[in-house]
Ligand binder design. Structure first.
Ligand code: AMP
Length: 279
């Protein structure tokens, strides 16, 4: 695996005649890699010639300073993991490399209602930060395909909108959520849970499965009330529980016959966890 820290070096390498003929599969990450990230890399390996990963903890997408400070960093371990996973290239830039003019007065993107619901509503500025970093990474890497996890469902829709706004040629590939054996969606943030919290956390996914099972006999508001109160009894505080059209993410009040998605964000041990299920 070749590691590049400077964008000029990476671009120079990618612009050689030999590299230009290869299809690039890009997997952007914030590091602290786990099997969820691996599933993105595996998919990219199957579908493209060169798998390029990036590790960059993007400050502009953190709406809480504490969340950024506590974000796990384990670069050495990640490098070993990526070599084992068969990644070809790692782009490991510093903050000045991505934001050479600083992080003030950055461009903004017209994501519309996607920024006013779910993650957008509860993490003000988060998706602008996602847009700012992905626009830069897309410009540097110009991948054929970019692999993203369905765990961050709303982020995939935001990225599709970004691709449209940037007139980018990159195709977005959405990869299913990788879960622990007990159902908890894998996340770099899980490492911050206490032992007790880690045992409680699968209740989040169980709640989503319960909603899925009960949708034939109950309304969504009934399901939501039950799930929120039972999670709260476990000490899990629900920030939002949203039912939406799976294609547009426009919020819906009750179950319908077309594909829908239920999205949840919840707090446990001071850690914010998200998950979703497609109906
Ligand atoms: P992150 O490092 O958390 O920014 O995630 C980098 C990419 O990995 C994003 O596209 C995530 O959606 C994806 N990802 C994170 N966790 C999982 C998971 N459990 N299953 C599948 N993809 C995931």
């Amino acid at each position: 695996m070749i590691i590049f820290k400077k964008k000029e070096d990476l671009q120079k390498y990618l612009s050689t005649d030999e590299q230009k003929q290869q299809k690039i599969g890009f997997v952007p990450t914030m590091g602290a890699l786990h099997a969820g990230h691996l599933s993105l890399i595996e998919r990219a390996r199957r579908e493209t010639d060169v798998v390029l990963c990036s590790i960059f903890v993007n400050p502009t997408q953190f709406n809480q300073a504490e969340d950024l400070e506590k974000y796990p960093v384990q670069v050495e371990k990640d490098i070993e993991y990526l070599i084992e996973a068969g990644a070809d290239i790692l782009f490991l830039p510093g903050v000045e490399e991505i934001y050479p003019q600083g992080m003030k007065n950055l461009e903004t993107y017209a994501f519309g209602y996607l920024e006013e619901i779910g993650e957008g509503k509860h993490r003000p500025g988060h998706f602008q930060g996602v847009g700012q970093v992905l626009a830069r990474l897309l410009k540097i890497v110009d991948p054929d395909k970019m692999y993203m996890g369905q765990k961050d469902y709303q982020q995939i829709l935001i990225t599709r909108k970004l691709i449209e706004l940037l007139h980018s040629r990159t195709e977005i590939v959405a990869v299913p959520i990788k879960r622990e054996k007990d159902g908890l969606a894998m996340s770099s943030r899980n490492a911050r849970l206490s032992q007790k919290g880690r045992k409680k956390a699968p209740a989040i996914y169980r709640s989503l499965k319960k909603i899925e099972a009960e949708r034939a006999t109950h309304s969504f508001p009934e399901c939501a009330e039950e799930v929120i109160s039972s999670l709260e009894k476990e000490g899990i505080e629900v920030e939002y529980l949203l039912l939406a059209d799976a294609g547009t993410l426009l919020p819906e009040t009750d179950f319908e016959a077309h594909p829908q998605v239920v999205l949840i964000a919840a707090w446990l041990d001071g850690v914010r966890l998200i998950d979703n299920v497609l109906l």
